[in-house]
Design a protein around this ligand. Structure first.
Ligand SMILES: *Cc1c(COP(=O)(O)O)cnc(C)c1O
Length: 442
């Protein structure tokens, strides 16, 4: 069969049978508006269609990929695991990959968060953290702590509980009648600073809003949930670590849990293995997903402290955490995650990333200085900038024009961001920066 025929046949079958995520399907109907791209295979930072057309995966396939597609080390680990155990239920049973992963993750938190509870995706990690926090307070004689606080423009997933603490209108407004009320406090996003106000001063000012809220509502508040340092879906809004320091103090003072949603920021993305390390704090709950399996398999984990774990440890069944997913602790996914952590360890990834990060920032100098570009920002392996535009469909149009230049980019509103796999090389860095500059000039 001709390759271009394979492309178009797959597209047609997909449009007939697959309901694609986060998409108005009608926009796919006309190729020109929002093309659907067939992926035949992938290697390193590149996705290929059946014609050999290629796309640089500059968003790590929705922020999940760390070490490239078709990574040899993860592949080998998975093939080995397939020959041993693909999956067994975790209720009443255990296996090597889930134990190994839990021990390694605990070590990465300095053994502060020594208990790992597993889910299958980011949103379910948020659900788990919220339920666990509430249940902890209930077990501790504080059943009135039923409320949650999050930041303005926060994103914690799209199942009903997670959506309740999410604050992105596009995802939330339609479903508002189904959601629990929650409170959003002022975002520390430094773009909101007054002229002349430093990022740190603004972060401390935003923390005052949290203080005011907790002063009034701490008796009914179970937890504050935050995306440490970078609010991803808000458009890579970045903020000073001082906010997390203040949030930690306020949570301690008012007896409220601090949930760190590091589903996107974890696994080295912001320069440290966990973003919260940059504020010298430890959260009470830590949610991980996305990059944890290197972008191979769906897996999430909620980690917590021994003191919280102990509040569930009892003779009574109902004081235990009664939550489960069929694929909890899936052996293949856990093995992929262990292989991912091995790559970090064996290859000094955090050190290497500092060089990659500096190189991409240097390559972006002309973008940062572009007349239509505002708020150029970078943290670790995340870059973002806002584009002055009058096009209401900027995100879609930029995405399509980037595809013509072999780049997979999905702007959020008028924010263009790069979140490439850590293995992006010098040549690919140059291609990305040069072609985006061309797109801005066009
Ligand atoms: C992606 C994301 C989620 C949701 O994860 P899913 O796997 O898409 O459910 C939650 N929080 C943050 C910060 C995320 O980036």
């Amino acid at each position: 069969m001709q390759t271009s025929t394979r492309n178009s046949l797959l597209l047609k079958r997909s449009l007939d049978a697959v309901w694609h995520p986060c998409t108005q399907m009608k926009h796919h109907q006309y190729q020109g508006q929002f093309p659907l791209i067939p992926v035949a295979r992938a290697q390193g930072c590149w996705l290929f269609d059946f014609d050999g057309r290629r796309y640089l995966d500059a968003v790590s396939s929705w922020w999940v990929n760390l070490f490239g597609h078709g990574n040899a080390h993860i592949n080998a680990a998975l093939i080995d695991q397939l020959g041993t155990l693909e999956h067994a239920m975790l209720a009443g049973f255990t296996h090597e990959p889930v134990v190994e992963l839990s021990e390694r993750l605990a070590q990465l938190t300095g053994n502060q968060l020594g208990h790992c509870f597993y889910g299958s995706d980011g949103a379910s990690a948020t659900e788990i953290a919220l339920k666990m926090s509430f249940h902890y307070w209930r077990n501790s004689g504080e059943p009135n702590k039923t409320q949650f606080v999050s930041l303005q423009d926060s994103y914690h997933g799209e199942t009903l509980g997670a959506l309740s603490v999410t604050d992105v209108a596009l995802f939330k407004d339609t479903y508002a009648p189904l959601l629990r009320a929650s409170t959003q406090v002022q975002s520390p996003d430094w773009r909101l600073a007054e002229p002349g106000e430093s990022q740190e001063a603004y972060a401390l000012r935003a923390a005052k809003a949290l203080e005011a809220h907790l002063e009034q509502h701490h008796e009914s508040t179970a937890a504050l949930i935050v995306e440490p340092l970078v609010q991803g879906a808000a458009g890579m809004a970045m903020y000073h670590p001082a906010y997390l320091g203040e949030a930690r103090k306020l949570c301690d003072r008012f007896n409220v849990h601090l949930i760190a949603d590091e589903i996107m920021t974890g696994c080295g993305r912001t320069g440290t293995f966990f973003a919260y390390e940059q504020a010298n704090i430890t959260p009470d709950f830590l949610c991980l997903s996305k990059g944890i399996t290197g972008g191979y398999l769906p897996l999430s984990v909620v980690m917590t402290r021994d003191t919280i774990y102990q509040a569930f440890y009892d003779d009574s069944v109902t004081r235990g955490f009664l939550h489960s997913h069929s694929y909890t602790g899936n052996a293949l996914a856990c093995r992929a995650a262990v292989a991912t952590l091995e790559i970090f360890e064996q290859n000094q990834i955090l050190t290497k990333n500092r060089m990659t990060s500096a190189a991409l920032t240097r390559a972006c100098q002309k973008i940062a200085a572009h007349l239509n570009v505002m708020n150029f920002r970078n943290l670790g392996m995340i870059w973002a900038f806002d584009v002055a535009t009058r096009d209401p469909a900027f995100a879609r149009n930029f995405h399509r024009r980037a595809l013509d230049k072999e780049l997979l980019l999905r702007p959020i509103g008028n924010t263009v961001y790069f979140m490439p796999p850590y293995v992006i090389n010098e040549n690919e860095v140059a291609v990305l920066a040069m072609r985006v500059r061309d797109l801005l000039n066009a």
